[in-house]
Ligand binder design. Structure first.
Ligand SMILES: *Cc1c(COP(=O)(O)O)cnc(C)c1O
Length: 420
């Protein structure tokens, strides 16, 4: 079920005086309630923790809320490590799952005491030179043809991530020889996956590998990280992932494979981003122009720079019109932004109530991979991010960009003396 936009039309119009459109707004109460639901569903798992994938919503105010709800941070770049530190998330509450990693970033992550999750067998040497060998190392497993992929992340054997099955065994051997004492095993094979069996299968695959690693190498894995990728209902007809069912089925495999082989306790962690914040954010925008040519176009004051998913992946994002929720969806629109790119569309041939200039449009499920994927192409500025607090107050947790921000890397003074 899709979450309802939490403000009324009157409340939203009042907000516009202080915060002009477009902006993303997130709902703290719903984010907290969902975080507790996740924690409760998996509470039987030894050491359960969700490391929030920072890339989904890299805002330290949100991260601080999530930390209070027991989450860690899954980081993959220097900026994300800094955000985690600013939000008070440190040490082994940071999972550093990066790829094509610069040496400096390994050094910073190591200094923060983060868990280093290596993407390649060659990174053991690379890490040793960059930062030294830590006490604990995790490896990212790419099952290749042994696991089916899905639309966003693609097939594992075509994905750039992780170590092959053979390399995984070799990697633990090398790591142990270099003095590593504690080991983790990670995989991330799905994105926006709604099927419960898929997530259960991922856990089972890692449990089986943990058993094999113990049998072949004598190495005991301390934790498995099942990755993220839990889907959310973007479409009003989608259902939510049944976390209790996933949990129950994973427990069955855990009891059989891990407890049954005397390998308990094995810690189980995850790194979901999308399902943590995605459903609880909305992009609010207004209709700027309505244009009738071969199709009818509703031009918004938001663009693909505020929400790239529809243009980039053809993703569905539900759209409602404030104050017109009860009217019939009997008009067909392409809902667009101002970019000079024809994929700058939030929806194609979408049935909506009849639109007028000035209508307030709400685009749903923008709490993950929304503002985060913003960009400045075509001179577009990134929007503000607002937070609806539990007491009903709305606060800005990021201001909108200005032209000064956009031009900050240019020195116009130098232009004076520059001979063209
Ligand atoms: C993107 C990503 C995640 C989070 O994925 P979601 O679909 O947002 O849950 C977790 N781990 C890694 C390594 C990622 O790249």
């Amino acid at each position: 079920m899709l979450r309802q936009y939490p403000l009324t039309k009157a409340q939203t119009i009042a907000l516009l005086e202080k915060y002009p459109t477009p902006f993303h707004i997130y709902d703290e109460k719903l984010i907290r309630a969902n975080a507790r639901r996740l924690k409760k569903a998996f509470e039987w798992m030894p050491g359960f923790k969700n490391y929030f994938a920072v890339k989904a919503l890299p805002n330290p105010f949100i991260m601080k809320i999530l930390k209070e709800e027991g989450m860690g941070a899954d980081c993959s770049s220097l900026a994300e490590l800094v955000l985690a530190e600013k939000a008070g998330i440190t040490g082994e509450n940071i999972m550093f799952t990066s790829n094509d990693t610069p040496a400096e970033e390994f050094a910073v992550a190591h200094k923060l005491g983060a868990i280093l999750n290596l993407d390649d067998i060659s990174h053991i040497d690379f890490l040793e030179k960059a930062a030294g060998i830590p006490e604990m190392i995790s490896f990212r497993y790419n099952p290749g043809p042994l696991k089916q992929g899905n639309v966003i992340i693609g097939k594992p054997e075509e994905a750039k991530y992780g170590l092959t099955r053979e390399q995984i065994f070799e990697a633990y051997k090398i790591a142990r020889e270099r003095g590593v004492k504690r080991f983790g095993l990670h995989t991330m094979v799905a994105s926006n996956e709604l099927a419960e069996e898929y997530h259960v299968g991922t856990a089972r695959m890692l449990f089986e590998l943990v058993v094999e690693i113990k049998q072949q190498l004598g190495t005991k894995i301390e934790f498995v990280d099942l990755g993220g990728g839990y889907g959310i209902p973007y479409h009003p007809g989608d259902k939510e992932v049944d976390l209790e069912m996933v949990s129950r089925l994973i427990k069955k495999d855990y009891d059989e494979l891990i407890v049954g082989n005397g390998l308990a306790p094995l810690e189980i962690v995850m790194e979901n981003g999308r399902m943590v914040t995605g459903p609880f954010g909305w992009l609010v925008s207004r209709v700027r122009h309505i244009k009738n040519i071969y199709r009818t176009y509703a031009g918004l004051d938001a663009s693909m720079a505020n929400l790239m998913r529809p243009g980039m992946y053809g993703s569905y994002h539900h759209i409602t019109v404030l104050g017109k929720e009860k009217r019939p969806n009997d008009h067909k629109y392409d809902v667009t932004g101002p970019l000079c790119e024809n994929n700058d569309k939030f929806a194609v041939e979408r049935m909506l109530p009849e639109l007028e200039i000035g209508d307030v449009i709400v685009i749903h499920c923008t709490g993950a991979h929304g503002h985060a994927m913003g960009f400045n192409y075509n001179g577009q500025l990134r929007s503000a991010e607002l937070l609806l607090r539990e007491n009903g107050e709305v606060v800005a947790i990021r201001r909108a960009e200005t032209l000064d921000d956009y031009f900050a890397t240019l020195d116009f003074d130098k232009l004076e003396g520059f001979k063209a």
